[in-house]
Design a protein. Sequence first.
Length: 684
Amino acid sequence: MPKNQYEREANFRILERNIRQILAIAQRLEYESEKQKEWEAQSKKIQDLLQNKTYKIAVIGELKTGKSSFLNAMIGDPNLLKIKKAVPTTSAVTYLKYGEVLDVEFLLDGKCYSFKKDQAKILPLFQKFKDVFRFWENKEERFDRKMQKFIEAITTTKGDQDYDMSSQIQKIHVIHPSSWLKQGLIFLDTPGTNIENKNRNHLEATEDACKDADACVLLFSAGQLGKNSYFEFIKKHISTTILKKFFFVINKIDAAIEEQESVESLIKLLQTKIKKELPRFPLDQMKIYPFSSKKILEGLEDKIFEEELQVYQRMQQDFEQDLRYFMEIEREILLQTKACEMERSICEENNKQICLLRQQYKKNLEELEQKRLPHLQGFIESQRKKLSGLCYDAIQKFQKEVRTRFNDEKQEIYNYIKMLIYNAQSVEHLKIALNQDIRNYLMNTLNYRFNNFEIFTNKKFAELFQNIARFFHGQFENMYSSLGRWNPVGFVPDYENFFRFQSQVNTYLPVQSILDGLPTDGDIAIGAGVGLLGGAAAGAVAGSFFPGIGTLVGGIIGGVVGAVGGGCAASGPSLEKIKTDIWNKSHSHLSNEFSRYSSEIKQRFEKQEQDFQSFMSRLIQSYSEKYQAIIEKAIEEHKRQEKQTKARIEELEEFNISLGIIDQALMNLSQELDIELKESRRSG
């Protein structure tokens, strides 16, 4: 027995829950964005389907089968869709739906217009067809009559392009306060299906109407039951997988009765034709309804006898009873069945995607297993080369710095050694120069001390002696000045070391100690007496230079020389000792300085070696830690990818199980609905 309303509502909730679960899984299956949008649209369509409380019935038939009169009879208005003669209709589908006030709404150029509300706007839209709208200017004509004429004008093809508005209209809604329509019923009036009709838009409009409908009325004319073109259209353009409910209606049955034809024979003839031409249609839907739109409409206008009208009203009531039963019972079952099929279709697509993804992830996992060691080794080798290159660059940079410093130190050592050599040469030169300079110094000192003696009365001789003394004194001053300002530039060409060397002159050449070691005045006086013995010889020599004073001058000079010699011999150090002391002190100082500097250079090199070893130790430790960290990171990344892939495979398997459960539940529900539908039709 059919389920009660509570059970049917429970089915709706199950279907709504299933589609939400299926959509949630579909969103996790890595579809392309367009595919995701398609699933979302499909899901919304199913949800709208389950929540929809309207009943769309598409009316399909060829020209002259009486579609308009059939719809007028069903809604109880003989003039609503009254067309004077059978002409091709517009490619737009006309929707007849409920409204408290009679009106027509149509879609034109993407805008919706209402005949009742937008009359002032409508006429300018059709200036080209003003002859068609002559009725508009008739102020005495009723509104409903004007609207009926307007419907006829916009829903029919006149054949003349100047009067054809069918290509202008996209959609038409006729609003009517019919009791049938008030129950949520919507009739879809489709264009004619004549196969000779070459207008593709008409065929597409009819196909779209069937897809949008819950059930379909296939209208036949009693005088044209055997026409093959209609069956050809049904086979090509109407899908039994989309539409699950069909009402086969033989219209104009009154004409057959008038021709003394049996209604039962016509029904049997049509059944035979359907079985032959439409074998895919289910046998439980082979019920055929005789109908007479003409007689029903005449009854509405009281143009028929009551007895005759009752015959046709019973035919109408038979059709309406099954239609109402469909609306109350079958439609919900069919909607649930349709939702089940749509959801199962989505489940199947998602299962296919899951299988593909699972195969791909398993393949990825196998590749990870196969490439783990080679990939890791290759990665480690590449990182090792990278780190080796960085380490090599760092070592090269450090070695370059060390080499630069070494060259600087080497040049400094070279300059220092060269300076020491020059200094040694300078000391040797000084040693040689002292042989003559010290003698000159001694002579100048002696003459200077006798500079003011006036032992001679003859001024001329005294002035001459003073001139001689001044001469020797000048020689001493020159020697002393050169000794005090001795410039080593001639020996050391490095100006940078000049001041350094000049500061060492007093150390290498102890001038004051030399002066302190010279003979005193007493030494000279004692030596003067001894030296008088040599005066004769000296006088002879002097006489040759100074005629007339030979003996006197010679004696004096000889005495001086003798005094100097004697003084030096008596109390002063020897010249050899002075020279030896100067050489020894200078050489010792130079040796000590070289040893000290050599030790300093050695310490510098040892420190540089320690710095280099410390640098290499830090460098190796640093890059070893980086190398180890990179390897560990690579291993962790590989494990992460492997874990993520396995988790994704497990997730896909869970999705597959979930979809399997949902699909099984949907299949069970579909079977239950199918059984329920059959039982309801048998009981109905």
